[in-house]
Write a protein that binds this ligand. Structure first.
Ligand code: DGY
Length: 350
């Protein structure tokens, strides 16, 4: 039910943002801050009942920001601020039509997601899922150390693999931060694909090539990305335009020794096709922090059943430092948005 009426203008927040960040909101004594009190996805009815008349709403990526929600809010709504860098959950054209500002949280999570991307690449290369479960299932005593037991492929270059190519589907901030982390592994070449409508960036690419001392850094097509990547990172926005870009056709072209990592959105990867690729050994391994249909991913999911797939429950940005950064930025966007919008630190151009 709606929280008790106050004479102050209201903002609605769909999660408690914790002791570091809630005080920033509460410091605004001119505002009535209405917060969903539970530590789970906000109940849609609660949100619909509490949003009427709000000046702003701070949401998570789990909340659909659609016509229904905007209609319920009514003409008072000036800003929607999401505590996420992704924004597939928001109907941007509808926000633009209504002149509502939209804030999101880029940059602050780049390092955390890049760290986790490298972690998944290492885990998938070194068959971490299989070897961890072996220990947990008490099977260590049954496997003796032997020259080629429990081996994986090496992320670093080596005498036998002096050339290592890292591929990126999408080459934004997180991809570039991931690339930087891989340079000490001796990565020699980098290829990437970008949104077809985005112009080439030769001077940026030249700079990155030099800064990282790479042999080559090139924008390629999907075919070359599949064929040439030793490690492939999927780091592009979700939504209909990128759905299942990683499909059976793509996976069949990849190297049998390659590893695929998805830390962006589950919808980019066809789960059935990836499970088949792992089962039939078209590729070596995979690490996914996101899965289409999440959070409804249980032990009978084809990817969870694959020993060569590391599946994590969307924790890429999950460090205390980063989550405080995201929540702070989301609050700053919210407050600047209700105060006219011109000083929002991270507003999306609608
Ligand atoms: C985002 O911000 O979009 C991430 O997926 C969650 O941190």
């Amino acid at each position: 039910s709606p929280s008790t009426e106050s004479s102050r203008p209201k903002v609605v927040v769909t999660r408690d943002l914790g002791p570091d960040v809630m005080p920033l909101l509460r410091a605004r004594r001119d505002l009535d801050v209405v917060t969903w009190p539970e530590n789970r996805v906000v109940d849609r009815n609660w949100l619909l009942q509490n949003i009427p008349g709000a000046l702003g709403v701070l949401v998570m990526m789990t909340e659909k920001v659609d016509e229904e929600l905007l209609d319920a809010a009514g003409p008072s709504l000036r800003v929607v601020s999401t505590m996420s860098v992704g924004y597939e959950h928001a109907d941007l054209p509808e926000l633009a039509k209504r002149g509502i500002k939209f804030g999101y949280t880029p940059d602050v999570l780049t390092d955390a997601v890049a760290d986790l991307s490298v972690m998944l690449a290492l885990m998938a290369s070194r068959i971490a899922g299989e070897v961890i479960s072996l220990v947990q299932n008490n099977q260590w005593p049954t496997v003796s150390w032997a020259p080629f037991n429990l081996c994986g492929y090496q992320l670093s270059t080596s005498r036998t693999s002096p050339k290592r190519t890292v591929g990126f589907l999408g080459f934004g901030r997180i991809s570039q931060a991931t690339l930087a982390r891989l340079i000490p592994f001796g990565i020699t070449d980098c290829i990437y694909t970008a949104n077809p409508s985005s112009p080439p960036q030769p001077s940026r690419d030249e700079q990155l090539l030099k800064r990282h001392g790479l042999n080559s850094l090139r924008r390629v097509d999907m075919d070359e990305l599949a064929r040439e990547s030793d490690v492939l990172f999927v780091l592009a926005p979700g939504g209909p335009a990128t759905r299942h870009l990683i499909n059976e056709d793509f996976l069949r072209k990849m190297k049998v020794t390659s590893v695929l990592v998805n830390t962006s959105r589950g919808t980019l990867v066809d789960s059935e096709a990836l499970a088949k690729a792992l089962r039939e050994k078209w590729i070596w391994g995979a690490g996914v922090d996101v899965v289409e249909g999440e959070p409804n991913v249980t032990t009978d999911h084809p990817l969870v059943k694959e020993p060569r797939c590391i599946v994590l429950p969307h924790v890429g940005s999950g460090t205390f430092e980063t989550r405080v950064g995201m929540a702070t930025l989301a609050v700053q966007n919210l407050l600047a948005g209700i105060d006219g919008g011109s000083n929002m630190p991270a507003a999306l151009d609608l």
